[in-house]
Design a protein around this ligand. Sequence first.
Ligand code: HEM
Length: 131
Amino acid sequence: MSECPVTRFDASIAAVAFTGVDIVPLFFERLFERYPEQRDNFQRPAATQGAMVNDMIALLAQFASGSPTARATLHDCLDRHQSYGPIAIEHFTEAWNILLKTCEVVAGGDWSTCFSQLWSNLVAQDGLISR
Ligand code: HEM
């Protein structure tokens, strides 16, 4: 299969947005299933959970568009998270994989393997999470 172009990132988000489904509770259901110990670290869930999902998508969009500030934004985010409790660096990659799974399920037939490939490539890209 040929490489899925990064310009398809917006289309992947649109496939989810058009459903009108709020993915935030669905994502956190899966995140807490994977990391139950993190539930209590969300002390202000109404304020932070929507913001977190938005930022996760916005950051991937920055990487997809090749933004020169994407890496600095990610590192700011990792630094902020140090005050939220012990969060292993691998959790970040896994959280994006969980978000990908959530989007796939919500978008259903409007999702494509091209989108999954694109997201996986972005998340796995050399040193996305490394410091
Ligand atoms: C994958 C990239 C991630 C992004 C972009 C992200 C983004 C955010 C944002 C925007 C907030 C709101 C407060 C702030 O602006 O700092 C937040 C809070 C938080 N995030 Fe993340 N996050 C990510 C991954 C994770 C992971 C993997 C965990 C743990 C498994 C986690 C746990 C938390 C906790 C505990 C809070 C504080 C919640 C509260 O005070 O209610 N985040 N995150």
